[in-house]
Design a binder for this molecule. Structure first.
Ligand SMILES: Cc1cc2nc3c(=O)[nH]c(=O)nc-3n(C[C@H](O)[C@H](O)[C@H](O)COP(=O)(O)O)c2cc1C
Length: 412
């Protein structure tokens, strides 16, 4: 399947994001040693290291129930504010569920967060898969595609309230009557309002994202799978006269040799916490697999894939920096604008990614742009000091709690 990638994709440097490890156990459900922690001291330093290494965004996930390897977790909006306070340039995307939040309350939160951070706040609107979180809170659990009907109304209301005075909307889930929020978000050139990301894989998710999202985030995908997602989003976006941008999740294992990287992957999977992964597999049957066409997130994921619960191994960013850079360019060719990354040892590996992988990607992006008859706009590249291996190791040592490893407490 081929999709038409706009020229602006080749002219614009890729953006890089990382998942905020605001949950215990890191981003893999495995008992392998991880020099990653879920609390604020570690995460504040990580955010500083990331912004000094060339990362433009961090994504804070939302999870309420202690489950599937994430026994403890911090709430996304409060944690994101703390990270915005700890950094200078990083944009922090906090995740929110329609059904748990009202779009007007979220719009108000977002405007305040935007003012507190000088225009660096963003949101990821996620429709949810963990039924128990809703049911046990006494909230309605909508059937899969209906969740996206609600999400679409939610995002329309959110955007309307962020940008308009006297906003009204008459919906099934959210009705707003002539409402004005004041102040409005910070006026950032080129940004009509704080960015609205959207995470989901299924056919319904793609169609909704095309109609209302600024950014479409997919889980880890193979090249072919990712092209299907992009085509689905573009089809509905084109009908709606919109041009959303595209993000993709990937778990990065960059090592000196491919063999070493593959051994690390094997160890992560060999030490998987089986009951937690199996429990997760059962819960996610509420997601894509439950839809009429059976397509969507986790519908075709193996046990190994689910050890990284956002399918990050499927993207195959595993090998030497050069190999990973090549792989990233393949994804840029099919439309990726932003790569959302996760790691085993977050602070050390984000710094290493900035030092070893990003420079190679930039050179390859220049070649790619030329091959497409254009030039990479290097004025848009973040100018950063970089972080040495020693500095990153020291930041980790200072912020890992004494009772680490963070695998402590992984449960089903
Ligand atoms: C990049 C990304 C981030 C997500 N973050 C969260 C999150 O923080 N909390 C959550 O409950 N679901 C999160 N999701 C899951 C989606 O809300 C949705 O449940 C999932 O994509 C399954 O839906 P689908 O079958 O329609 O694809 C995320 C999905 C993606 C792709």
């Amino acid at each position: 399947m081929t999709t038409t990638v706009p020229a602006s994709t080749f002219e614009t440097p890729l953006k890089f994001a990382y998942w905020v490890p605001n949950v215990s156990g890191g981003l893999v459900v495995s008992t392998i040693e991880q020099r990653t922690d879920w609390q604020l001291p570690y995460n504040s330093r990580l955010a500083q290291v990331a912004e000094n290494s060339g990362f433009e965004y961090a994504l804070t996930q939302t999870r309420y129930a202690a489950s599937y390897g994430a026994d403890k977790q911090h709430e996304a909006s409060a944690f994101s504010l703390a990270l915005l306070g700890a950094t200078e340039r990083l944009k922090v995307i906090a995740a929110f569920h329609p059904g748990m939040w009202h779009p007007g309350v979220l719009a108000k939160w977002l405007i305040t967060a935007d003012h507190l951070s000088g225009g660096r706040a963003a949101v990821n609107i996620v429709s949810g898969w963990l039924k128990d979180e809703f049911v046990k809170f006494g909230l309605p659990w909508l059937e899969h595609d209906e969740r996206y009907v609600r999400t679409e109304e939610f995002i329309s209301a959110l955007r309307g309230l962020l940008t308009e005075n006297g906003y009204s909307q008459d919906g099934t889930y959210y009705s707003i009557d002539d409402f004005t929020l004041s102040p409005k978000p910070v006026d950032v050139p080129g940004r009509p309002h704080p960015e609205i990301f959207f995470g989901g894989n299924s056919t319904a998710a793609q169609a909704t994202a095309g109609r209302v999202a600024d950014w479409y985030f997919s889980n880890g995908r193979t090249l072919e799978g990712y092209q299907e997602n992009v085509a689905g989003v573009l089809a509905s976006a084109q009908e709606a006269g919109r041009a959303p941008k595209f993000g993709l999740n990937g778990f990065v294992i960059a090592r000196d040799s491919r063999k070493e990287a593959e051994e690390t992957l094997r160890e992560i999977v060999a030490k998987a916490h089986r009951p937690a992964v199996e429990g997760f597999r059962q819960s996610v049957q509420e997601a894509g697999a439950s839809t009429k066409d059976g397509k969507g997130m986790w519908a075709d994921s193996s046990f190994e894939d689910l050890v990284q619960y956002n399918d990050g191994f499927k993207t195959q960013l595993i090998g030497t920096p050069e190999e990973i850079a090549d792989r990233i360019i393949e994804y840029k060719k099919v439309g990726v604008n932003l790569l959302l990354t996760c790691y085993l040892h977050f602070t050390e590996e984000t710094a290493a990614f900035g030092r070893d992988v990003m420079p190679i990607v930039r050179e390859k992006e220049k070649d790619l742009a030329r091959a497409q008859g254009t030039e990479l706009n290097t004025d848009l590249l973040p100018v950063v000091p970089g972080v040495s291996a020693e500095e990153a190791a020291a930041a980790t040592a200072e912020t890992l709690p004494e009772d680490h490893p963070s695998t402590v407490g992984v449960s089903a």
